[in-house]
Design a protein around this ligand. Structure first.
Ligand code: ADP
Ligand code: MG
Length: 363
């Protein structure tokens, strides 16, 4: 068990900065997800924690120790990668036992430990098979088991599920979550998949171009994104963005999209007269049945309807904007019809058009 403190971690590759000023404290037993688009620096940060990359600047503590200059094997961490890289000629049992054998642990102890871990991961029937005799999902479970066998202080995961199909991903996501509940080992998990981040994380660290964009619980980032980037990255279907010009009229803020004017209470947003802004609305906040709170209306012509199961995704043409709305499938409007949706003012987001920063005051 260990906490992790990152103090202004930075990474340069030949003078080229790819991680800037990465500072955060990870509590003991916390499950942290580093989330962001490909190339934003997630793996680099994880590899600096693991000791697989030098730290160009800043300090990294795991537990009580500064580990900047400690080799990986002295950091008491275990890492699971996207490519599970099991030893093909060894059985599942031997793959899992490998790390402990290298530490010269007695075979009787190894046996107990392998059986414990195999039980947690439902691998008992497979212990005598070779990797090529088990499925991809099972192989990845063995890789997780191999990492767990040494009861490290910290688990590091780098996109461990991205080679698996959707159903297996969901299943293993559940396994990882249950394991964490059971073992309470401090974990840092890298993914570009916001659903994985939302479901696994105690806190998400959203990264953009090597910098922290926002740190928060999944609900905090979903409900109070600090920027258009954060708002667009979290939540599916993705948030709608509508370019507007703002003005102040008779004590109200008015957003003009060209096709509609929406009047909002001034007290909720920090918006200046004439400021170009982007209105953000989540598709699931577009209600076809009206809302109880104060609301705005969004009208348009239904361009496309996609049945997703219990819900349908409706694409609406509002001036030149395409806006999507998630509606109960049995309430779905017909293609070509004109419809009106209500959106509670409390669910609106407004961003500065240039900086992308949120202008909502209710955080
Ligand atoms: N060994 C390397 N040498 C030079 N640049 C690298 C190296 N590894 C990664 N990078 C660059 O660092 C940036 C971050 O990479 P990475 O941490 O792998 O991103 P992510 O895991 O978020 O997709 C990228 O621009 C990548 O091209
Ligand atoms: Mg990566």
């Amino acid at each position: 068990m260990a906490s992790i403190v990152c103090d202004k971690l930075a990474k340069n590759y030949e003078g080229n900065p790819v991680v800037h000023d990465f500072s955060m404290e990870i509590a003991d037993a916390e499950f942290i997800v580093l989330l962001g688009p490909s190339g934003c620096g997630k793996s680099t940060i994880l590899r600096m924690m693991a000791g697989l990359e030098d730290i160009s600047d800043g300090a990294l503590h795991i537990g009580a120790r500064q580990v900047n200059d400690l080799p990986p094997r002295e950091r008491d961490i275990a890492m699971v990668f996207q490519n599970y890289a099991l030893y093909p000629h060894m059985t599942v049992y031997d793959n899992m036992a490998f790390g402990l054998r290298r530490l010269k642990t007695p075979e009787s102890e190894i046996k107990i430990r392998v059986e414990q871990v195999a039980q947690m991961l439902s691998l008992e029937p497979l212990l005598q098979r070779k990797p090529k005799q088990i499925s991809g999902g099972q192989q990845q479970r063995v890789a997780i088991g191999r990492a767990m066998i040494k009861t490290p202080s910290v688990f590091l995961f780098d996109e461990p599920l991205s080679n698996l199909d959707a159903k297996l991903r969901a299943q293993l996501r559940g396994d990882i979550k249950r394991l964490h509940r059971q073992l309470a080992t401090t974990s840092v998990y890298v993914t570009h998949d916001q659903l994985e981040a939302m479901t696994l994380a105690d806190r998400i660290v959203l990264l953009k171009a090597g910098r922290i964009e926002q740190i928060g619980t999944p609900a905090q980032i979903y409900n109070h994104p600090v920027s258009k980037f954060a708002a667009g990255f979290i939540g599916t279907p993705a948030m709608n963005f509508i370019d507007c010009v703002a003005s102040q009229e008779n004590g109200m803020t008015v957003l003009d999209s060209g096709a509609a004017k929406w009047r909002l209470p001034q007290s909720l947003f920090a918006i200046a007269h004439g400021q170009p802004v982007v209105l953000g609305i989540r598709p699931n906040h577009m209600s076809i049945m009206g809302v109880d709170d104060e609301s705005i209306e969004v009208q348009g012509r239904v361009d496309l309807v996609e049945l997703l199961g219990a819900e349908s995704l409706v694409s609406l043409l509002h001036a030149s904007h395409e806006i999507s709305a998630l509606v109960p499938a049995n309430r779905c409007p017909q293609t070509g019809t004109q419809v009106c949706f209500n959106v509670s003012i409390n669910n609106l987001h407004v961003f500065d058009a240039e900086s992308g920063r949120s202008l909502v005051l209710r955080h």
